[in-house]
Design a protein around this ligand. Structure first.
Ligand code: CMP
Length: 140
């Protein structure tokens, strides 16, 4: 196993309900370290750029509107196998399929408003981290 970093986003449905601390506690309890974090408001254009891989999907416009609808907390999580571990802690994309105790099982409202995003592979993690953070902001 290797120490990895992954990009996490606490989405507008969760920041609106003041859930940042509860979600961060789940990451920390799983052994993930929050090595960078900031609360920002994305424009629809920035949301579209971040989720460009989903451009052709029927939910793309709705997703971009939602991600721009309120503040998000973008963060870098570090730990052993952090990419897979974060996906375990988040649970399945659709909260109806998410395992008990996961962030999405406990907090997500729907498949679209599903409280958190996490990178799905090493190459996307590197690109997504670089989208939001400079090297100077990653203090370990
Ligand atoms: P995320 O892990 O951030 O990656 C892409 C996002 O698209 C996903 O979480 C959901 O928020 C959203 N998404 C996926 N499927 C659907 C869907 N069927 N309807 C609306 N949004 C979706």
């Amino acid at each position: 196993m290797a120490t990895e970093r992954t990009l996490s986003i606490i989405k507008p449905d969760a920041t609106k309900r003041n859930l940042t601390g509860k979600i961060n506690a789940k990451f920390e309890e799983a052994g993930l370290r929050i090595v960078a974090q900031k609360r920002i408001r994305l424009t629809k254009e920035q949301s579209g750029e971040f989720y460009a891989v989903h451009k052709e999907r029927p939910f793309y416009d709705e997703l971009c509107d939602f991600m721009a609808s309120g503040p998000v907390v973008v963060q870098v999580l570090e730990g052993e196998s952090a990419i897979a571990k974060n996906r375990e802690v988040m649970g399945a994309t659709n909260p109806a399929d998410a395992a008990p105790g996961t962030v999405r099982a406990e907090f997500a409202e729907s498949v679209g408003e599903n409280s958190v995003h996490g990178s799905d592979a090493a190459d996307t993690a590197a690109a997504e981290i670089a989208y939001f953070f400079s090297g100077l902001e990653l203090v370990g």
